[in-house]
Design a protein around this ligand. Structure first.
Ligand code: SF4
Length: 281
């Protein structure tokens, strides 16, 4: 049995940097992360044991009187920075530079009068953060129905950006629908290189194996996109969080297995899955 592990599987540099920053600060009194640092329960539990607490929304900042807050790679809205500063809390900013770039674009373009359209998943923390930098109306488009339903006035000045982890092919399809509506569009593909590369490699591997395994947290948007892509190429695609979810008997009698993983999946989990698949065959 041939087992192919994607070279791009696992932590991207933005997530790696964010996780490192939290561990570097462990030991400080009253250490918080704004939201779970990554979509991985094991890592979050380990940090919890080390005294790191999670802030689950802007209102919870009211109850904090001192300490350090690490902002994760997803970034946050301008309001959140303002509130943290007004409470005198120390900020360790681990927002990924790719996300910071979107914040700058959205702030500038909205100030210049463009309506902001974000191609992404409504409610995702990165998207919520991006929305919070706009000074004009914002719309989130996650699927073709949303794109068809977008109704602005003819000639409206629009700036389109994307959530960094969105599916590149889907982004192009949705932009195409919006482009037919007669707006004055400035479109910026802000999907990050790491995501594009990971999706491209996942598609390539899935197209040539009998079974595909995608490892990642159940709330991880970039992992869900990988599953979507792999399923379109390989019908035997399985979405697991850890080795515990893997039923080796489901790998069937094929002659090849591919493995990839989302940006929040620690190397240790990928290696465990890889080793066990190899032992089985
Ligand atoms: S997926 Fe891309 S944008 Fe998101 S943290 Fe990783 S490198 Fe940054």
């Amino acid at each position: 049995m041939k087992v192919i592990v994607a070279k791009t599987a696992g932590f991207c540099f933005g997530v790696e940097k964010a996780v490192e920053k939290v561990y570097e600060n462990v030991g400080k009194e009253s250490l918080y992360t704004y939201g779970p640092i990554i979509h991985n329960e094991e890592v979050v539990k380990d940090l919890e044991k080390k005294g790191v607490q999670v802030i689950n929304g802007i209102d919870e900042i009211d109850d904090i009187t001192n300490g350090t807050v690490v902002i994760r790679s997803h970034g946050v809205s301008e309001d959140v920075y303002d509130k943290l500063k007004s409470k005198g809390l120390d900020i360790v900013d681990a927002t990924c530079p790719f996300v910071q770039k979107i914040h700058r674009i959205v702030s500038k373009e909205s100030m210049e009068g463009r309506t902001i359209v974000i191609i992404g998943n409504e409610g995702h923390p990165e998207v919520e953060g991006i929305k919070g930098w706009a000074h004009s109306d914002t719309y989130v488009i996650g699927n073709s129905e949303d794109a068809e339903n977008l109704s602005l006035k003819q000639g409206e000045k629009v700036c389109i950006v994307s959530q960094t982890t969105f599916n590149f092919k889907k982004f192009k399809d949705l932009v195409e629908i919006i482009q037919k509506k007669g707006y004055d569009i400035k479109c910026l593909n802000t999907i990050c290189n790491a995501t594009e590369e990971r999706q491209r490699e996942a598609r390539e591997i899935a197209s040539k194996v009998d079974t595909m395994i995608v490892i990642g947290g159940k709330h991880s948007s970039n992992t869900q996109k990988l599953v979507e892509i792999c399923k379109s190429e390989c019908k035997d695609t399985y979405y697991i969080q850890t080795l515990g979810d893997l039923d080796l008997s489901m790998l069937g009698s094929g002659s090849s297995v591919g493995i990839t993983a989302g940006a929040s999946t620690p190397k240790k989990i990928i290696e465990e899955v890889h080793t066990n698949v190899r032992i089985k065959f």
